[in-house]
Design a protein around this ligand. Structure first.
Ligand code: 7RM
Length: 653
């Protein structure tokens, strides 16, 4: 098909032909969207009956809504009962027991493990029996602090099997960050491994757990998977080897049947204020959402080899490495290494060797690989590829075009999927065979998703082409239900800026044809290489250093990482700016937040620009960090306008 409109890419033939799914073209999309709009409950009940294995099929859809959220969470499918692992594992045994469920590629190229649905079922049951034996009960919390090994997914599913609530903590977080999360959720047990392995280097994981638990009482057991065989300290009253405890169990474990709204997991995510929030997802609605969106957006086919390159410590790994693919009986890659190890050809080497048909990665990786030149891509046969996915941050049109032309050779479509930890799964995204795409646009809301743009000053709903705050006007089954242990924080974070709707924290432009263009966060959240971090977390870490009196942190545009971290610091008397101090400050940031966090630019200032009521005017700091210090607008409300000149003059961009 020819391109119909300038800057609109029609769906390539290879993507359109032979789609086995209900939404196979744009008309199919419009029909589904209409059906979900006129009868959301009927639409989602129909989907969930079709897609999941329920023990008791639900008869009700949504109960409550944004108008009742103050009084408690809304629910979906409340009278249904299930165990999510029955949809992910048991349901696949008969039809595809020998099919590869998890295709694992280790740090070294070609170090491959294939785990069939039958084997995965057995391993999950064994791990579930071990957890039960170690005293974990339904509703209790288990922290998983691991690298990208199949046992991490097995541990998640084992928790789900017995109705325990998992909370995966990304392996790049520090002991302190881990301890905060252990305390916040009141974890009973931690699953970890001796060491992680990434790009030829080992990363201590058990040692970080040991440090996090020093002086802590709550965690009774630490279950340790042996990955590298590296030396670890051992507390015989607390620590248990995975191979000993899991290895001896029976491969059968009756599933704990729970109500649809039973919590499935907690995942901590950064917000604009305070400590990370424990976003809580429940069983029936979440699984419905990730199952539906996975098969629909990626137009899943029986022989697909799906490769999501995210870490399972992030929501993308939960939804689109583990739950979405397995509930659809797909083959899902788990990748332990990095896109540039041993060189920038690693992804394409895997595409050729493993026959990957769908790849799902982040703009930051695409930009980093594009910067290494086309040879690394062209060396390998990519003819198996059909769909290229992106997630985590806005993708700039140049990176998009490189992905499309060089990686996909114009044969593949790109699905730019917009969503959040809180949304459970994709909300705004192309549907591969159905949606003509535009570089940099996440295109349209999926069926059943009701976005609106609000005018920032007034909250008025904007119609037609417009730019404003992106909100959702009604709940969908995969939406987070609460913040663990703090429902008030859930209400105030998401439902108080604009009453009656869900506030995403993102800005968005809608063009004349209704395409959505996410413009990025409008709150104090920064997105570095697709990792979401709160400016408040950085500030708290920096202030922990003796030399720092005050700190304000903002994001700034960064060519490779999307955003970089820019810190303005006021030093305590007697301290001086130096490269050594910057290094020490990043040392503290690393210790308190973890290896993922690093300040890119420090600027030492005599004071922060504050209003008379003492509020830091971040707008000014953002402008200076963007190199637009000459466009500060009105600064007359500042308590001391002279600090602005000093900040402008000392700008390090
Ligand atoms: C899945 C995930 C969420 C934030 C979100 C956005 C940004 C994510 C896109 C995107 C533009 C996209 N969850 N974001 N996807 N921005 N286009 N396709 O990333 O909770 O970690 O982050 O990420 O700002 O609010 S997250």
């Amino acid at each position: 098909m020819k391109e119909q409109m300038q800057d609109t890419w029609a769906v390539p033939e290879r993507v359109r032909e032979g789609s086995p799914n209900p939404i196979a073209d744009f008309d199919g999309f419009l029909r589904a969207r209409h059906a979900a709009e006129v009868d959301p409950d009927g639409f989602w009940l129909g989907q969930t009956h079709r897609l999941l294995s329920w023990r008791t099929a639900p008869t009700v859809g949504l109960d409550g809504g944004y108008h009742t959220v103050k009084d408690g969470p809304f629910s979906w499918f409340a009278d249904g009962t299930l165990n999510v692992t029955e949809s992910c594992l048991d349901a696949n045994l008969e039809s595809r027991g020998d099919k590869t469920a998890i295709l694992w590629e280790g740090d070294e190229p070609g170090d491959v493990r294939r785990i069939s649905y039958r084997e995965l079922h057995g391993e999950v049951c064994k791990a579930a029996n071990a957890l039960r034996e170690l005293g974990v009960q339904k509703g209790e919390r288990v922290i998983i602090y691991m690298g990208m090994v199949p046992e991490a997914a097995i541990a998640m599913l084992a928790c789900a099997r017995i109705g325990a609530i998992h909370s995966v903590v990304f392996g790049g977080f520090s002991a302190e960050a881990l301890r905060d999360r252990v305390r916040d959720c009141g974890a009973e047990l931690i699953v970890t491994q001796d060491e992680g392995l990434r790009a030829g280097r080992t990363v201590g994981l058990k040692s970080t757990v040991d440090a996090a638990l020093e002086g802590e009482q709550g965690v009774r057991r630490v279950l340790v998977y042996r990955r590298t065989g590296g030396e670890v300290a051992w507390n015989p009253d607390r620590d248990v080897w995975w191979h000993e405890s899991v290895g001896k169990q029976s491969p059968e474990c009756p599933a704990e049947i729970v109500e649809a709204e039973h919590p499935l997991f907690i995942l901590y995510t950064s917000g604009s204020t305070g400590r990370p929030k424990g976003v809580l997802h429940t069983s029936g609605g979440y699984l419905t959402w990730v199952t539906y969106t996975f098969r629909t957006v990626f137009d899943l086919r029986d022989d697909d080899v799906f490769a999501c390159m995210a870490d399972i410590g992030w929501i993308t790994g939960h939804s689109y490495i583990v739950y979405g693919p397995l509930a659809n009986g797909a083959t899902s890659l788990m990748f332990e290494s990095t896109p540039v190890y041993p060189d920038a050809g690693r992804y394409w080497d895997m595409v050729q060797r493993l026959g990957i048909t769908i790849i799902y990665t982040a703009p930051t990786a695409i930009r980093a690989l594009a910067a290494q030149g086309d040879d690394f891509v062209q060396k390998y046969d990519r003819s198996s590829l059909r769909i290229l996915g992106t997630v985590g941050e806005p993708i700039n049109p140049d990176a998009w075009k490189w992905y499309y032309d060089v990686v996909g050779e114009g044969r593949c479509t790109i699905v730019d999927t917009w969503w959040q930890t809180e949304t459970g799964g994709m909300l705004i995204s192309p549907i591969a065979p159905a949606t003509p795409v535009r570089p940099g646009s996440a295109t349209f809301a999926l069926p059943g998703v009701a976005p609106a743009l609000l005018e920032p000053e007034t909250g008025r709903v904007l119609h037609g082409p417009a730019e404003g705050h992106l909100v959702m006007t009604r709940p969908w089954p995969g939406q987070a239900r609460t913040v663990y242990g703090d429902h008030e924080r859930y209400v105030s974070t998401y439902f108080s800026t604009w009453p009656g709707v869900y506030f995403t924290g993102d800005g968005c432009r809608r063009d004349a044809e209704g395409y959505h263009w996410i413009t990025g966060r409008i709150d104090d959240v920064i997105n570095v290489s697709g990792h979401r971090m709160g400016t408040a977390e950085f500030e708290a870490a920096l202030i922990a250093h003796d030399a720092v009196a005050e700190a304000a942190v903002v994001g700034y545009p960064h060519d490779l990482k999307g955003q970089g971290v820019y810190a303005y610091l006021v030093l305590q008397p007697g301290h001086e700016a130096s490269a050594g101090l910057e290094k020490a400050l990043n040392g503290v940031v690393r210790e308190i937040i973890g290896a993922v966090a690093k300040v890119d630019i420090f600027q030492f200032v005599p004071g922060l620009p504050k209003t008379r009521s003492g509020k830091v005017m971040r707008r000014i700091l953002r402008k200076v960090a963007e190199g637009r210090g000459d466009q500060l607008g009105d600064t007359s409300t500042l308590a001391d306008p002279s600090v602005v000149d000093a900040i402008r003059e000392g700008a390090r961009v």
